[in-house]
Design a protein around this ligand. Structure first.
Ligand SMILES: [Fe+2]
Length: 196
């Protein structure tokens, strides 16, 4: 089905660099623990895209655990505030080199990894998934640097209606604070011009 770009928002595509784990796994190369993006303040309608820049094997990518899509996982997202992250924490990535001192929303229970999935991919392939799925970074235990590009997509009507995937367990505060990072897929006007 053909989609109309005028109905969509996106955020700026980002190049991610994951060097070997022993070299750097904090700050800009933080190895994400299992999480939902909604724990980090994503709206429930968020669709994630993820593309490897070079061909990549499943043990170098992300892990997904789709069994938990609607199953609550106890976590610390209630203590996490998107406004504080954007205003105070995000810029500290450059000073978190030896260790990730910034507080992230994380699970507080062991997850069943028997239902975990990993995808390999060739350059130009794209993984598309709901930001509500539990996912995380597979620690890069090899010697090659992992390069990937990702961005997020939102249907305008979903954002405006506040609808999307069911909220099983997210308690993040100030979700709307992230909307200023979004742009219209048609014309690239900032969404903040709509909401202010
Ligand atoms: Fe994520």
């Amino acid at each position: 089905m053909r989609q109309n770009p005028s109905e969509y928002l996106f955020d700026v595509p980002r190049l991610r660099v994951v060097p070997p784990y022993h070299f750097l796994s904090a700050g800009v190369s933080y190895a994400y623990k299992p999480h939902r993006d909604t724990w980090y303040g994503a709206p429930p309608c968020q669709i994630n895209t993820w593309m490897p820049v070079f061909s990549i094997s499943p043990d170098q990518t992300m892990h997904f655990n789709t069994a938990y899509f609607q199953t609550p996982v106890s976590n610390t997202s209630c203590d996490w505030d998107l406004k504080d992250w954007i205003e105070n924490q995000r810029s500290k990535a450059k000073s978190n080199v030896q260790k990730e001192a910034r507080v992230h929303p994380v699970p507080t229970e062991e997850l069943d990894t028997s239902t975990e999935m990993r995808f390999g991919g060739r350059a130009g392939d794209m993984v598309v998934f709901s930001g509500t799925h539990i996912h995380g970074t597979v620690p890069n235990k090899g010697n090659d640097i992992r390069f990937s590009v990702d961005f997020r997509v939102f249907h305008l009507k979903d954002i405006e209606a506040g609808i999307g995937a069911p909220n099983a367990d997210s308690g993040c505060k100030n979700v709307e604070y992230g909307f200023k990072d979004y742009f219209h897929a048609e014309g690239f006007a900032p969404y903040s011009e709509d909401v202010n």
